[in-house]
Design a protein around this ligand. Structure first.
Ligand code: GLP
Length: 236
């Protein structure tokens, strides 16, 4: 594992965008795994800048996102699909048909989980997965638990996760309480992983990288992956 500490969020994001760019430039059909949350937003901004300068071509790239809220009533602007479209996909030359997220509005969640896992496999797996980390050590929406999940699955979100995500909603009652997420197994099958975190996640990053590997701290499983880079910015 490579553990890189930088000072600023800009440095963290520049480094992440360099790794993503290098992947696309070495394999123009790369399958990229993307994450939502505030941490990767600057990275996506830099990718848009590089595209606008004709330095990146997304035309053959495919993307799979980690997770999506489950709710039939979720306002569009709070969906992770909307987040990805507005922060990245609508601003670059990617074919939107090649951008995938779980369907959180499905009435058959079990089938949707199986479909999404199979889809990732049918794309040939993930070349590079970008991750953030929750305050409780979750990756994707794999919450602390007694066991890890190998595949895409349906999760009940922890009260602390719902509370953390409520900051993005007008009304805390709107925050969905369940989601579909890649499993720890799905994430671990990515050929390369980059985890981004800023200062507020310093303690949980140290526990995850240097403590016990346990389903109670899902990000700790990254210790077992052969190609992980963690970039921590020491400022907010
Ligand atoms: C959500 C997402 C995670 C993300 C986490 C941290 O729970 N499902 O993928 O890593 O939030 O978000 P932030 O980067 O805003 O702290």
């Amino acid at each position: 594992m490579k553990f890189i500490k930088v000072e600023t969020v800009l440095q963290m994001s520049s480094l992440a965008s360099e790794i993503i760019s290098a992947k696309i430039n070495s394999k123009n059909t790369a399958v990229l795994g993307f994450a939502t949350g505030s941490t990767p937003i600057k990275t996506y901004e830099i990718l848009v800048d590089l595209y606008e300068q004709n330095l990146l071509d997304f035309s053959q790239v495919k993307t799979v996102n980690l997770d999506e809220y489950c709710s039939h009533t979720l306002p569009t602007k709070h969906s992770y699909r909307y987040f990805m479209d507005s922060n990245l996909f609508d601003k670059i030359n990617i074919n939107k048909e090649n951008t995938y997220l779980p369907n959180g509005k499905t009435s058959d969640i079990e089938s949707e989980c199986a479909r999404y896992e199979n889809l990732i496999n049918s794309l040939g797996g993930i070349d590079l997965q970008i991750l953030g980390i929750g305050n409780n050590g979750h990756i994707g929406f794999n919450e602390p638990s007694d066991r890890i999940s190998s595949f895409v699955h349906h999760v009940n979100l922890c009260a602390t996760t719902i509370e953390a995500n409520a900051r993005l909603f007008e009304n805390p009652d709107q925050v969905p309480t369940t989601a579909i997420t890649m499993g720890i197994g799905t994430i671990m099958r990515a050929r390369e992983i980059v985890l981004l975190a800023n200062k507020s996640k310093t303690d949980i990053i140290n526990q995850a990288l240097f403590g016990e590997v346990t389903p109670q701290l899902p990000a700790s499983f990254l210790q077992l992956h052969p190609n992980v880079t963690v970039i921590l910015s020491t400022q907010e």
